[in-house]
Design a protein around this ligand. Structure first.
Ligand code: GTP
Ligand code: MG
Length: 591
């Protein structure tokens, strides 16, 4: 090489060299090379099989016969022998770096079919995004390959044809699903579950992330398929298809539910605990919160001197992070006035006292006045006589004192939910309160149990709210070692939590119930049909208002979003080299 360079510098032609010497045998000079030095950079070889062409300007300067002939590469002998041919890894729902493809071969030693991934368009569409953009979101919006939109639409169309046909090749799907672990969506399952959707369910589309016409079309197809499945009549072929799909789904899910946690999961515990510590509100934060509450109490007492002010929600239940709002309940006699009238009056009082952005929201299930404090940056929700919230705040606080893993788990789950955009009840995902109940119930169900069921124990505390006894065992200092037999670390529990909600929970039949410390059936709750806006697709029983389903806001679109996120989270924790980063990567709304 050095002598070639020297020759070129001298203005002479490089000396001839053996054509097939080493890997340069890929480059065979054209028949009549010009003797002058090359005017452009030579082609570079990148081992093992890529020839990097000269810059595009070069061909214009050279005559055709001056160009190098490119010979199809053969493997250079200086490379080590190729590894034995691996069976193809199961395809990912989207190619993204946070998931390592599972190393084991497809089930039954057969080549992996692509069937199980064929509904990707359906699931992706449910998020209101094209498949390409889902590839992005899977990696926090920073990975995946872009596909032309037309191709994506075509794929989605094909997916729907497949939905109609899939009974025919359910066996294929079965095996694929069992073998595929986290690598792919469980679209079959989602569809099967929608069959339980009460008749008359209308999609409310359009108000969630990026719904578009394609989604609407898919929803209609979805609904049509569901209606076909749930409709009465004899054993029509469509029913057989639906049953087959359900069986396929549950077998596929069973396969995945058997996945065991990675053996090195505990190495991530310190990182997760550090994150948990960083999320806890600082002392300064707490004192600013107190200042806000004090000035609010002052304003309120001028107008309603007998009103009692209770803090509820995360600022009082121990699950508050440094981003949490302040929730306040005013307990007062309102006489003949309606709650709404009192709230409107309260809004006037607060405006007069120079609180910022005061707004009465009177149409909500629990009407509130919202306001913010520009000094501290806090936002504050104030409700009137919502004493159930005060009671469940105490319950959550008491649970939090039994085992510190509850606080750790719930902080991480809440943080994850906020970053992944699935903590937005107005968009059909779950409230922080719902996530905390999910965490409590999950720890009640561990073996050995980490949390007891306080409402099933001797009643040492009771509060009557509108004729309902909110009673439970609140002497929690006696329960400090309740979960000691269970040695699971926070990393293990976090993975198990997501894995449970991705693959174990039976969305079709079960209601999670902190009240009973178990799961109960939708049948038992009479939550099998849609009532008004309560869809009961994902059911979380309120511990005191037992007729209240915290998952009522979840609809057919968002149940898919949630499950996709649970699956993603479980996969990140299972396979990613740095799960503490990937897990909390913010959802990318742009793509
Ligand atoms: P962050 O503010 O997100 O930190 O959590 P939070 O615990 O304050 O939860 P959120 O603001 O969602 O709810 C406030 C409180 O309202 C809860 O802690 C419950 O006590 C009470 N609550 C009762 N029913 C509901 C419900 O259906 N939805 C919500 N969001 N809250 C409810
Ligand atoms: Mg709150």
């Amino acid at each position: 090489m050095a002598s070639d360079a020297r020759a070129a510098e001298d203005g002479g032609a490089p000396p001839p060299r053996p054509v097939a010497d080493g890997f340069l045998r890929f480059l065979i000079p054209a028949p009549k090379p010009r003797p002058a030095a090359p005017t452009t950079a030579p082609a570079r070889l990148v081992p093992p099989h890529r020839l990097v062409a000269p810059p595009p300007a070069a061909p214009a300067l050279l005559r055709p016969e001056e160009r190098l002939h490119i010979v199809p590469p053969t493997r250079p002998d200086w490379l080590p022998p190729p590894p034995p041919r691996q069976p193809p890894a199961p395809p990912l729902r989207s190619p993204s770096p946070w998931v390592r493809p599972r190393p084991f071969p497809p089930a039954f030693g057969e080549p992996r079919t692509r069937n199980a991934g064929r509904f990707a368009g359906q699931v992706n569409g449910a998020r209101g995004r094209s498949p390409a953009s889902v590839a992005h979101s899977s990696g926090g919006g920073r990975s995946g390959s872009q596909k032309p939109k037309a191709a994506a639409a075509h794929k989605e169309k094909k997916a729907w044809v497949a939905v109609e046909k899939k009974g025919e090749d359910a066996g294929d799907d079965d095996r694929a699903a069992v073998s595929e672990g986290y690598s792919c969506g469980d679209e079959t399952g989602t569809e099967a579950e929608d069959q339980l959707e009460p008749e008359g369910e209308q999609d409310t589309g359009g108000h969630r992330r990026g719904l578009d016409r394609e989604d609407d079309a898919k929803n209609s197809l979805d609904m049509a398929a569901n209606q076909e499945c749930s409709g009465g009549g004899g054993e029509r072929p469509s029913e057989l298809v639906c049953q087959s799909n359900q069986a396929t789904h549950s077998r596929g899910r069973m396969g995945r539910s058997q996945v065991e946690c990675r053996p090195d999961i505990d190495t991530f515990t310190p990182g997760l605990l550090a994150l948990y510590e960083s999320l806890k509100p600082s002392e300064e934060h707490k004192s600013k919160q107190k200042q806000l509450v004090d000035s609010l109490a002052k304003s309120v007492s001028k107008e309603w001197p007998n009103a009692q002010l209770h803090l509820y929600g995360s600022c009082a239940n121990s699950f508050g992070t440094s981003h949490s709002d302040v929730d306040v309940c005013l307990e007062m006699e309102i006489g003949t006035a309606s709650t709404v009238e009192v709230l409107l009056r309260l809004a006037d009082v607060l405006r007069a006292d120079n609180f910022d952005n005061v707004e009465a929201i009177t149409s909500a299930r629990v009407p509130i006045v919202k306001m913010s404090d520009s000094g501290s940056g806090f936002s504050c929700d104030i409700c009137i006589n919502n004493l159930f919230a005060v009671a469940n705040t105490k319950l959550l606080k008491d649970y939090a004192q039994i085992d510190q893993r509850l606080l750790q788990l719930a902080f991480l789950v809440k943080h994850w939910a906020k970053l992944r955009g699935v903590n937005e009840t107005y968009r059909g995902t779950l409230s922080s309160y719902a996530y905390v109940l999910m965490c409590i119930n999950f720890l009640q169900l561990r073996e050995p149990k980490i949390l007891p069921c306080l409402q099933a124990m001797e009643q040492t505390y009771t509060m009557n709210v509108d004729g309902t006894e909110c009673a439970y065992f609140d002497e929690v200092h006696q329960l400090q070692y309740f979960g000691a037999e269970n040695k699971e670390s926070i990393a293990e529990l976090l993975w198990a939590f997501f894995h449970f909600w991705a693959f174990h929970h039976d969305y079709r039949r079960d209601v999670i119930s902190v009240r009973t410390g178990s799961t109960i059936s939708k049948q038992e709750k009479n939550w099998t049909t849609r009532v008004g806006n309560d869809r009961h697709l994902m059911c979380i029983e309120d511990p005191f208002e037992t007729g209240h389903d915290l998952g009522r806001v979840v609809d057919r679109q968002t149940i898919r979003i949630l499950r996709e996120e649970f699956e993603r989270a479980a996969a990140v924790l299972q396979y990613n080299d740095d799960p503490c980063v990937a897990l909390f990567e913010p959802y990318d709304y742009e793509n």
